[in-house]
Ligand binder design. Structure first.
Ligand code: AMP
Length: 486
């Protein structure tokens, strides 16, 4: 970091330390190119709309056509950026990032965008996703540099900067062909904005018009928020190039079939985001209807775990004829970062996040709809909270199938030993979470609710089969995790 810069402002990031625990992260990314306007503020609000994709750190890099400046820090957007900081980022071209991770990597060093210099120019890169061949790529670096490039994002940045040739566009093409896994990336040079998506299209990325300029974002909800107009999704394997000549696109050919992450439909994306022209809200509503058909419950009322399961709970209620009520109030301003990691506070986790509406719960047989069970810890705490609030029965309905396999591609869903469904049957899970009954949505029911064909999706977390071209490439640490499947 340049010592002349105030805290949080970064110069180039030339000497990253190895950060093993940066292996898993989901994230939100966005970028703007609006000649004649300062875009830092719009970038900030776009990231605000993507805050659900990551709450650990936030960063924005802006170029005025001559110089790229970057500010990033730990925390929620609202904690990281102030008026003064945004005014210290003048320019018409930006990229932004919100980072999500759960394990031990809560350090500003892992925050993005990564600011890097090539022999001819600088760039700032913001990455959502996870590569699975990071180690193999790193092995191709000279020894001293291999140690220096820690995370997959750093490896990509270094490859673009140092181990490819030609202009930045051809460097990106080269790196896209060598990287295996999930990457939806926005990259800003001093004068150009790029958005590119891995050939499987695992994580989302879309492009829109912002006035006379352009905007890229992980989800369409970020475009709407700042008044941009959605144009289309970036296609798998596509590179969007935006500069003073306008927007153009090219694609890399890999022969790999698209495999969008179905967990974006279930949990990760915001329900007002659209994929393939449909709001996710509708898909989640249909998931709720489907689980009500597949696993009906004799109960008095239906509640959802806010916010991700609200649409599904309404769907369950509509299909079953049971009334939908609010049972839990969510404290929306609790960020993960500021929940102290000590055991005592962790045990309070659910209480800090949800407060029961006792009048709605007392003496009732409750259907509790949620989108997924990963470790089972939160679900158990919520069931117990409902019982302590007077619920006479709690029937848990999950709008996805049992999650039996880890995700290596950007949703932080643990290792086999942490996934409750990898080692427990449904009745055992029911007992562990303390529910009266437990029902999971079938794979078929889930796919049908998306309105898209099964072949469009990666469902590796449910099936253990990852997309062709990735499954057989899992290497190193990732391979070890894959091989200890029970
Ligand atoms: P647990 O019972 O501890 O497995 O937690 C289940 C809850 O975690 C559900 O309410 C999900 O919405 C939520 N969830 C699912 N996937 C993730 C994820 N990748 N990060 C954080 N929360 C998640």
């Amino acid at each position: 970091m340049d010592s002349a810069l105030p805290d949080g402002f970064t110069g180039y990031d030339p000497k990253p330390q190895c950060s093993e625990d940066a292996v898993r992260d989901g994230c939100g990314v966005c970028g703007l190119f609006v000649p004649g306007e300062d875009v830092a503020r719009a970038t900030y609000f776009a990231l605000y709309a993507l805050q659900h994709r990551g709450q650990e750190s936030a960063g924005i890099a802006v170029s005025d056509g001559r110089e790229l400046r970057c500010y990033k820090q730990m925390g929620l957007l609202s904690q990281v950026f102030t008026e003064d900081i945004l005014s210290g980022l003048p320019g018409y071209l930006s990229v932004g990032h919100t980072r999500y991770s759960t394990t031990g990597s809560s350090v500003v060093y892992n925050a993005q965008p990564l600011l890097t210099k090539t022999p001819v120019q600088s760039f700032a890169l913001a990455h959502n996703g996870n590569l699975v061949n990071t180690e193999a790529l790193r092995d191709q670096f000279p020894e001293d540099q291999a140690r220096a490039a820690g995370s997959d994002s750093e490896v990509m940045a270094r490859m673009i900067a140092e181990f490819s040739s030609g202009n930045i566009e051809s460097r990106i093409v080269d790196v896209m062909q060598r990287c295996i896994g999930a990457f939806s990336i926005v990259l800003a040079t001093e004068t150009q904005l790029f958005g590119f998506r891995d050939p499987w299209g695992i994580r989302p990325l879309c492009v829109g018009r912002y006035g006379d300029g352009w905007m890229l974002a992980s989800e369409s909800c970020a475009l709407n928020t700042v008044g941009a107009e959605f144009v289309r999704e970036v296609e798998p394997g596509e590179i969007i190039i935006i500069d003073k000549l306008g927007m153009r696109s090219r694609s890399i050919e890999t022969g790999n079939k698209a495999a969008n992450c179905i967990f974006e439909y279930i949990y990760f994306s915001r329900p007002d985001t659209t994929f393939k022209g449909h709001e996710l809200y509708l898909a989640r509503y249909r998931m709720g209807r489907a689980i009500a058909r597949e696993a009906p419950a004799a109960a008095d009322v239906v509640i959802g775990v806010p916010d991700s399961a609200t649409a599904a709970a309404i769907g369950f209620a509509d299909e079953s004829g049971l009334p939908y009520i609010e049972g839990l109030m969510k404290n929306r301003y609790i960020g993960r970062t500021f929940i102290s990691p000590d055991q005592n506070m962790r045990a309070q986790g659910v209480k800090l996040k949800f407060n029961p509406l006792i009048a709605n719960l007392k003496g009732k047989r409750i259907v509790l709809v949620d989108d997924s069970i990963v470790r089972g810890t939160t679900t158990r705490q919520i069931v117990s909270l409902l019982r302590r609030s007077g619920a006479s029965q709690v029937h848990v309905r999950i709008t996805s199938p049992p999650m039996r396999h880890p995700c290596f591609l950007g949703v932080d869903t643990a290792t086999y030993d942490q996934l409750i469904a990898a080692s427990h049957s449904v009745p055992e899970i029911c007992q562990t979470i303390g529910a009266d009954s437990l029902g999971y949505l079938s794979q078929e029911g889930l796919v049908e609710a998306t309105g898209r064909p099964r072949t469009d999706f990666c469902m590796g977390c449910f099936t253990g089969t990852y997309p062709e071209g990735i499954h057989e490439q899992l290497t190193g640490k990732v391979r070890e995790l894959a091989e200890i499947a029970p």
